[in-house]
Write a protein that binds this ligand. Structure first.
Ligand code: AMP
Length: 116
């Protein structure tokens, strides 16, 4: 069950602040509080869902399309397409997810290490 008190739900309700990059009807993008790269932005849908799979399975196509179009809009806004970036979404225990509201990490600004 979705935890309405997770930190991103609180950000969406404006109970705690965030450093906003972009917002529209369906989604919110903000800087990660503990950046793992020179550019580290998180993107979340405004719809309550725990993971990528839940987002795809529960949300309608309009929201899904809008969210991923917004990811690209933020990539344009951050001007990171040419040099490159990494998109990550962690899901569940094995995925190492800490905050149980679906989110994508946009990492850029330098060569991102780790995964091959
Ligand atoms: P994940 O491990 O994929 O669930 O990632 C959760 C991310 O949320 C981590 O990179 C945290 O640094 C980030 N985070 C946690 N709290 C906040 C917050 N209040 N504002 C911005 N980012 C946050």
């Amino acid at each position: 069950m979705y935890d309405k008190n997770n930190i991103f739900a609180k950000i969406l309700r404006e109970e705690i602040p965030c450093d906003k990059v972009y917002e529209d009807e369906f989604s919110l993008f903000f800087y990660d509080i503990s950046p793992q790269a020179k550019v580290h932005v998180l993107g979340i849908p405004k719809f309550p869902c725990r993971s990528f799979s839940e987002f795809i399975n529960i949300t309608n196509n309009e929201n899904i399309s809008s969210f991923f179009k917004s990811v690209q809009l933020v990539i344009n806004k951050l001007n990171i397409e040419e040099d490159g970036y990494r998109l990550i979404t962690n899901s569940g225990i094995n995925g190492g997810q800490e905050v149980p509201h679906f989110h994508v990490h946009i990492l850029a600004g330098e060569k991102i290490g780790g995964l091959r």
